[in-house]
Write a new protein. Structure first.
Length: 209
């Protein structure tokens, strides 16, 4: 059982938390790689091979997004530029779990690792930022036309509650930053998401064991 406060955790779990925190503080951080590593198709871990194959074969949609869902896949949805970064992360997760005697399996649009009677459901997502939309000159001209039309309708007594716009107020931009998120609702009061290169998910699994 995971409680919301570290003070409520069992002494042995608090000790593991403290040891891991000390290890992470003293371990030197590796220099960032200039290029993301790639995993050849024949070397991809079997647990995520179907996902990797689907991602590499999928055609991007109008929003330049690649999705890998369906039977045997892990419900991954990332921008086209993040495909070859996502596959090594999934491969590393599968191999790290293997080393601990655990298996990752698909469940809906997430992944699950189980050590009966307990299990943990998580997903790998790409962070999305909301940014103010910068209209083009064409969009500004169309917006002006719509404004004049609405003013004309108002003078004629034609009213509409539908405020049509020529462009959206915000853009939702994929950042390329990958993030592991724990989906289980019972994990309350503790950290639930980690960015690229974090080992915290595997640390949580070690605690569970």
């Amino acid at each position: 059982m995971i409680h919301g406060s570290r003070n409520n955790l069992a002494p042995e779990i608090r000790k593991v938390l403290e040891q891991e925190q000390e290890r992470r503080n003293t371990k030197p951080k590796p220099a960032p790689s200039a290029e993301a590593p790639t995993v050849p198709p024949e070397e991809v871990h079997p647990a995520i091979s179907a996902t990797a194959k689907a991602m590499r074969k999928a055609k991007p949609g109008a929003d330049e997004v690649i999705a890998a869902s369906g039977h045997g896949c892990r419900g991954i949805e990332v921008g086209t530029g993040s495909v070859e970064r996502t596959i090594p992360v999934l491969d590393s997760i599968a191999r790290a779990l293997d080393a601990r005697g655990l298996k990752v399996e698909p469940i809906g649009n997430c992944m699950r690792v189980a050590l009966p009677p307990d299990s943990l459901t998580f997903s790998l997502i790409e962070r999305i930022e909301r940014r103010n939309h910068v209209p083009t000159m064409e969009e500004q001209a169309k917006e002006e036309q719509l404004r004049k039309k609405q003013e004309r309708n108002a003078r004629l007594g034609i009213w509409s509650f539908n405020r049509e716009r020529a462009y959206p107020e915000f853009d939702f931009v994929r950042t390329g930053a990958l993030c592991i998120q724990i989906a289980d609702q019972y994990v309350r009061g503790l950290r639930r998401s980690w960015g690229d290169a974090s080992r915290a998910l595997f640390f949580c699994i070690e605690i569970a064991r």
